[in-house]
Design a protein around this ligand. Structure first.
Ligand SMILES: Nc1ncnc2c1ncn2[C@@H]1O[C@H](COP(=O)(O)OP(=O)(O)OP(=O)(O)O)[C@@H](O)[C@H]1O
Length: 258
């Protein structure tokens, strides 16, 4: 269990704290989407979970152990795929294993298994610049999975993709999450995406960033069970949840104080 307890964050720039009183837990097998206005502190929160940023107050922990920095139990995927252009796809996926001193033969075999898992069994020898945006994000996710993380921390990983690729990648992401049994934390600006993938949608209000809603949803699980995303998104329940989340994000700042 990844637990954020009473987290506050102040970058000491003289303004309001960026985060205040955040209590959030993420179990393995859960998929939490975090939405909120630009600047509400979503990336800051993910960076605390990743161990890139230490909170000013409160405690971030995994199974009771404080998070003091990045660790193999958490893998982060960003909007920019951040692949190494001088390595081919297989070497990119295998890179975390190389850092752990795993032999060339073993890591090449592990990378091929992961490339298979992400649907790119023949891409191992391809150069990064030969791949489409969606393929590069799959390679990035395969690389994240190479360290067998317990938690996937996803910061707008599909944000730079065209609409059709993004829809395909949403199904792919859900499939990866369900096959690997990880806990996923997804930051997204898309309410549709949050509702379509997550088991819980958490809404952050800005200034200071705090949680104003934590809503369980089941559209993603139903998509995994076979219902197409388009069918789910046309249901009244989906539209009602969308309208509720839109209203929460758009409400005037003064009302957030309540
Ligand atoms: N390293 C930093 N130093 C100082 N201030 C920062 C730093 N990182 C973020 N901030 C500030 O913290 C606030 C929250 O930023 P953050 O990126 O966490 O929000 P966000 O909700 O992810 O925004 P967006 O949706 O635009 O990506 C913003 O006011 C931002 O300027």
């Amino acid at each position: 269990m990844l637990t954020l307890s009473n987290i506050g964050l102040d970058y000491a720039t003289g303004g309001l704290p960026v985060l205040s009183g955040i209590n959030l837990s993420l179990a393995k097998g859960e998929f939490v989407a975090i939405i909120g206005r630009s600047g509400s502190g979503k990336t800051s929160l993910l960076n605390i979970a990743a161990g890139f940023v230490q909170p000013t107050s409160g405690i971030a922990s995994i199974d009771g152990r404080p998070i003091t920095g990045p660790g193999r139990d958490r893998a982060v995927v960003f909007q920019d795929d951040a692949l190494y252009p001088w390595l081919d796809a297989r070497e990119n996926v295998a890179f975390p294993l190389k850092l752990r001193g795993i032999s060339h033969k073993v890591r090449a075999a592990a990378a091929d298994t992961l490339l298979d898992l992400v649907g790119l069994p023949d891409a191992g020898h391809r150069k990064i610049w030969e791949l489409s945006g969606g393929m590069r994000q799959r390679i990035g996710i395969a690389r994240a999975l190479a360290s067998e993380p317990q938690f996937l921390l996803l910061d707008e990983p599909l944000g730079a993709l065209d609409a059709l690729t993004r829809t395909n990648m949403q199904s792919f992401l859900l499939d990866m999450w369900s096959r690997t049994g990880t806990g996923a934390m997804l930051i997204t600006h898309s309410i549709d995406e949050a509702l379509s993938l997550a088991t819980r949608v958490v809404v952050l209000a800005p200034s200071p960033g705090r949680i104003i809603a934590d809503i369980p949803v089941d559209f993603g699980r139903r998509h995994l069970a076979g219902t197409p995303l388009a069918a789910l998104q046309s249901e009244n329940a989906f539209k009602a949840a969308h309208a509720r989340l839109t209203a929460l994000i758009q409400q005037p700042a003064a009302e957030f104080a309540a």
